[in-house]
Design a protein around this ligand. Sequence first.
Ligand code: MLT
Length: 254
Amino acid sequence: MEATLAFEERGSGPAVVLLHAFPLSSRMWARQIDALADRYRGIAPDRPGFGRSPPRPAASMASFAGDVLALLDALGVLRAAAVGLSMGGYVAFELLDRAPHRLAALALCDTRASPDSDEAKRGRETSAHNVESAGAGVLVEGMLPKLLAQGASREVRDEVEALIRGASSEGTAAALRAMAGRRDFTDRLPTLRCPTLVLVGEQDVLTTPADAEQMAARIPGAELTRIPSAGHLSNLEQPEAFNAALAEFLDRAL
Ligand code: MLT
């Protein structure tokens, strides 16, 4: 069943769909949507249970990709560039699988094509239980130091913490289980045919620059950009460098 998603939309021009990280929401893309609005139509959906989208049990990566395609249909968008950061990248791979003809370009930011290890899956299940009993706020202490570079500003830390605390327990637990169950797209990388940018924060400890290099090397013609002084949430930590790299790529690709 395809859900009706809440979304942010701004600007006009070729469509760019921005897929958020876990456990954040479309709000994490505010600085990108604003920066792109004079040339692009930015569309940033909230995954069920995040931002303003109501939670939905058992929402897999594939089902969310279906929701995103239904949203694009409803908005009359035939083709779009997809920009996915971390969990958003996992969704972008599902979009590629379901509807490659609808992707005009792809930006894979601080993400990976490989699935969870068995240990990581067990960790996700423990986290899902903790979230169900105590709320998404239980993730703050463990996640914040991994999401952001050590030098991240107080303002960005507060912003990310507020987004985590604002996520619903149901949606957060469902997303953890969906990430644990996601597919392996590693072998598909050499078959990608749309213009691709791989972007990574130089201090990303979750999806490292080495991971990004390996992924980019397997995608024909992919470009790789490292964002200095940024961790995993590179778009929030260094919006100017991130936006410049993204806009330069989109201007060439679309
Ligand atoms: C994210 O930023 O979306 C998450 O770190 C992804 C993950 O936990 O695999």
